[in-house]
Design a binder for this molecule. Structure first.
Ligand code: PLP
Length: 410
């Protein structure tokens, strides 16, 4: 009879078994519980500029408002002509070779396109080189697609640049591609030409696809210049990702793109797969696409933030000093983006579990950080700080951390 029937239980797909995405995981859930209970949490955990008072230029909002009524239908699956033309010009300015309009895809943020690229490429057993630490979506999407994420080390002793020897050691017959994140999340590193050339050389020797996540390419400080790795690899197949989430502070609008370049002949079949998946999602959100031309062609307000006196620049100066003044914490000064990935002296504090460390800090000082493990960093000796909040908030947070660490022992 009906009453005695046991309830059916729905389990998540086993495809998710090894997928890790802790930047929105248990520590963040705990912070949300604390907030629901009325506790104010200082959130230094997510790279979402708008809630911290960063605004997109008015002209971008104006443009979207004007166009909204024309954006009701689906667009071409790859994106609006005007948007892709503007991205083509951006590719040209970055010296990305052999790009035409059909090499450009818009996406609901870079996130959607990362997922699409991994799904279209990886079969079970295929390997892809991903940095450690990484932006964990790369590892998660590669794993979800059935591939094997093989992590290469970025070396803190060398400004967090990729360790070329480690990359070489980890390549085998199953390796299909290498991912670089430049400028880097979570380290804030910016890779110079010599480092990029070495990566290209390795990719060339082993005929690897290069995926380059460049979403922070316009958040570069100290007069440095960002170089797209694709500009150095006309003979290889490259996919370059960027968007407006960070450069125009509109992460919520979900505007990203990818650019195929270089030797497209070697990826003919893969590109068919990309096109199929791109068609299957119909198109990315059209209001978001509608502002790309104005955003790329208009006033680049991000420049004001990254100059001395600008918020991102000054907040970086503050956070670097405040953190490295705390006994037991050291850090490489970030050059780009808005993250810092400090090292914590695990011996001094007897830290064996980095997630426990950030949870203890959260519960005691109401400061929310993400542990290094959330970025596929294997030792329990790092954490990431987002320095988007204003200096007053960063000051409160770092004062709290210093107090906490003056007595902390795991
Ligand atoms: N890639 C990196 C390195 C990021 O840090 C982020 C967001 O934080 C993304 C991609 C996702 O960006 P989008 O908002 O375009 O999906």
């Amino acid at each position: 009879n009906k009453e005695e029937r046991t309830m059916r239980e729905f389990k998540k797909s086993s495809k998710l078994d090894n997928v890790l995405y802790d930047v929105r995981g248990p520590v963040v859930d705990e912070a949300a519980r604390m907030e629901e209970a009325g506790t104010h949490v200082l959130k230094l955990n997510i790279g979402n500029p708008a809630p911290f008072g960063f605004r997109t230029p008015d002209e971008v909002i104006y443009d979207m408002r004007q166009q909204l009524t024309d954006c009701e239908g689906y667009s071409n699956a790859m994106g609006l002509f005007s948007a892709r033309k503007a991205i083509m010009q951006y590719a040209q300015l970055k010296h990305i070779p052999n790009v035409n309009i059909n090499d450009i895809y818009t996406g609901n943020g870079v996130s959607e396109l990362i997922n699409l690229c991994m799904s279209a490429l990886l079969d079970t057993g295929d390997e892809i080189l991903i940095p450690s630490p990484d932006y964990p979506l790369w590892t998660a999407c590669a794993t979800l697609a059935g591939g094997k994420a093989v992590h290469y080390i970025c070396d803190e002793e060398s400004e967090w640049y990729p360790d070329i020897n480690d990359i070489r050691k980890k390549i085998n017959d199953h390796t299909k591609a290498i991912v670089i994140i430049n400028p880097n999340n979570p380290t804030g590193a910016l890779y110079p030409k010599e480092v990029l050339e070495q990566i290209v050389q390795v990719a060339r020797e082993h005929q690897l696809i290069i995926f380059s996540d460049e979403i922070y390419d316009r958040l570069v400080m100290d007069g440095e210049k960002h170089i797209s790795i694709a500009s150095l690899a006309p003979d290889l197949f490259c996919v370059t990702f960027s968007g407006l989430s960070k450069s125009h502070m509109i992460a919520g609008f979900r505007v990203g793109w990818m650019i195929l370049s270089g030797n497209k002949a070697m990826a003919k079949d893969y590109i068919e797969g990309l096109n199929m998946l791109s068609n299957m999602r119909l198109c990315s959100n059209v209001p978001g696409q509608s502002i790309i031309q104005t955003a790329l062609g208009g006033h680049q307000s991000v420049e004001d933030y990254i100059m001395p006196g600008g918020r991102v620049y000054e907040q970086r100066e503050f956070i670097y000093k405040a953190l490295t003044d705390i006994p037991g914490i050291s850090a490489v000064k970030p050059k780009a983006a808005f993250y810092i990935f400090p090292k914590i002296d695990t011996k001094k504090f007897n830290i064996v579990n980095d997630e426990q460390f950030v949870l203890d800090l959260l519960r005691e000082k109401k400061v929310l950080l993400i542990h290094g493990g959330g970025f596929n960093w294997k030792q329990p000796d790092h954490f990431r700080v987002v320095y988007l909040p204003r200096i007053e908030v960063l000051k409160k947070a770092t004062t709290g951390m210093a107090e906490f660490l003056s007595t902390y022992h795991q």
